[in-house]
Ligand binder design. Structure first.
Ligand code: NI
Length: 160
């Protein structure tokens, strides 16, 4: 992508992903925050925490080359507090966007530190995988809604 547009494209990608996720979460009854199809799967609130964790992990890694997995698995996969998870996701996103907006073009287009488990991906490409990861887990929440007998909302159009 053209250099001058790369930061803008990344910001748009992340903002669009979050808009789709927010639309879906507004349709997800808070009372079902503890729903999970099988005991070994994440709860609905856990899926939201996991989206936040995945983003936090990538941003922290790109910023400080700390790729330890301690951001995952703090018991949030069994959370039943969907409202709390949604609030946390919004907080993590604010920090992500603050980080993204401080990136220079050179930083965006270079791999982060040597410890990054993403082969030769650049910082920008790694942050794009936060969007991919979010989309993957949003899809799981769509299935959760279906299993609850609730039709998911349209995510990509203004139709409700
Ligand atoms: Ni995941």
């Amino acid at each position: 992508m053209p250099e001058a547009e790369s930061l803008e494209n990344l910001v748009r990608l992340l903002e669009n992903e979050r808009r789709y996720t927010s639309t879906l979460l507004r349709a997800f009854p808070l009372a079902h925050g503890g729903f999970r199809p099988k005991p070994e799967m994440m709860t609905a609130a856990g899926q939201v925490h996991h989206i936040a964790d995945g983003e936090l992990w990538r941003v922290r890694g790109c910023r400080s080359d700390d790729w330890s997995l301690d951001v995952f698995g703090r018991g949030t996969s069994s959370s039943t507090d969907l409202a709390g998870a949604v609030t946390r996701l919004a907080d993590v996103r604010k920090a992500t966007m603050a980080y993204v907006h401080r990136l220079t073009f050179d930083e965006l287009r270079s791999p982060p530190g040597d410890a990054a488990p993403f082969h030769d991906l650049t910082v920008g490409e790694i942050l794009e995988t936060a969007a991919t990861h979010e989309s993957h887990h949003r899809g799981q929440l769509v299935v959760y809604l279906r299993l609850l007998g609730i039709a998911p909302p349209a995510l990509f159009t203004s139709a409700e």
